[in-house]
Design a protein around this ligand. Structure first.
Ligand code: RIB
Length: 296
């Protein structure tokens, strides 16, 4: 199995749950609060490691209480944190997550994540190049991706980008990405286009993979549009579902599974993850996903 590096964000998530969310200028009482570790990078690394991959996380934390909480909680996982960047001048990233009727909205303040930058990457490049598959999101600086992706491409690495939160990626960079996995709300922003989903999928066969929530995942295989369905579950909290998909999909790709099977694997893992509250709490372990894969 090929080794996976996740280059991405680390946050402490402050969850509040309410039956109705306040409008701007309004105060409402919520009914539940909890804190957990998150950040799209950390979540995707945890999802991949629970599914049996050898994973390292490259990212940044502050030198504050939240960084201790993060590192302590990660002791329960098998993600290699050796190369974390400990930043003096910024706080560990935080996310404020409001949950209402199993849906969420998230406000992130990146803090130390802004220091997962070119200078950090230059320091750890030799260690990073040991990995075969590299997974990114977009809660870290775009200049870092623009610097690193051409190097990885030159080295023949498999490059997977989950472009969340959405922002435009240059066409020259897209060409170097093995798989790009926006959701149905992000793809036009990321590709900076008002073309339809079908037109864009046709433009990037076997490369652009669009996740559409309960409607499944779509891609174009060069001949036809392929839709890979999701599993039916009672969703409690969808936070981290996209991250679980990305981590699981990357594991399957790293094992040499076909694109269709890799998406199936990602869909099953993501489906299982939404049955519990919190981004990482519901992320499944290998056996649970393998059992459902056999039934597909
Ligand atoms: O995708 C969910 C994640 O988005 C949360 O863990 C939060 O930290 C934000 O990064």
């Amino acid at each position: 199995m090929r080794k996976i590096a996740v280059v991405g964000s680390i946050n402490i998530d402050y969850f509040v749950e309410a039956r109705k969310l306040p409008e701007l200028g309004e105060t409402k009482l919520g009914n539940h609060f909890f804190l957990s570790i998150g950040g799209k990078g950390a979540n995707q690394a945890v999802a991949a490691s629970r599914l049996g991959a050898e994973v390292a996380l490259f990212g940044s934390v502050g030198k504050d209480e939240n960084s201790k909480i993060f590192i302590e909680n990660m002791q329960n996982e098998t993600v290699d944190l050796t190369h974390l960047n400990r930043v003096e001048v910024a706080h560990t990233g935080v996310a404020f997550i409001e949950i209402c009727n199993s849906e969420n909205r998230i406000l992130v303040v990146p803090g130390a994540n802004d220091y997962t930058n070119v200078s950090y990457i230059t320091r750890i490049l030799d260690e990073l190049l040991v990995y075969d598959v590299v997974l990114f999101q977009m809660e870290t600086p775009m200049q870092m991706l623009e610097h690193l992706i051409p190097i990885l491409n030159e080295q023949g690495k498999t490059i997977i980008v989950n472009p969340a939160p959405a922002q435009k990626i240059k066409e020259s960079l897209i060409e170097m990405i093995t798989y790009l996995t926006p959701n149905e709300y992000e793809y036009q922003i990321v590709l900076d286009s008002d073309q339809s989903m079908e037109e864009l999928l046709r433009k990037y066969p076997n490369q652009l993979i669009i996740t559409c929530g309960t409607k499944g995942v779509v891609y174009y295989d060069g001949h036809s549009m392929i839709q890979v369905p999701v599993i039916k579950v009672d969703a409690v909290d969808t936070t981290g579902a996209g991250d679980t998909f990305s981590g699981a999909f990357t594991v399957a790709v790293s094992e040499g599974k076909s694109l269709f099977e890799s998406i199936q694997f990602g869909n099953i893992a993501a489906g299982l993850s939404v049955t519990k509250k919190g981004a990482q709490t519901g992320m499944p372990y290998r056996l649970e996903v393998d059992i459902l894969m056999k039934e597909e």
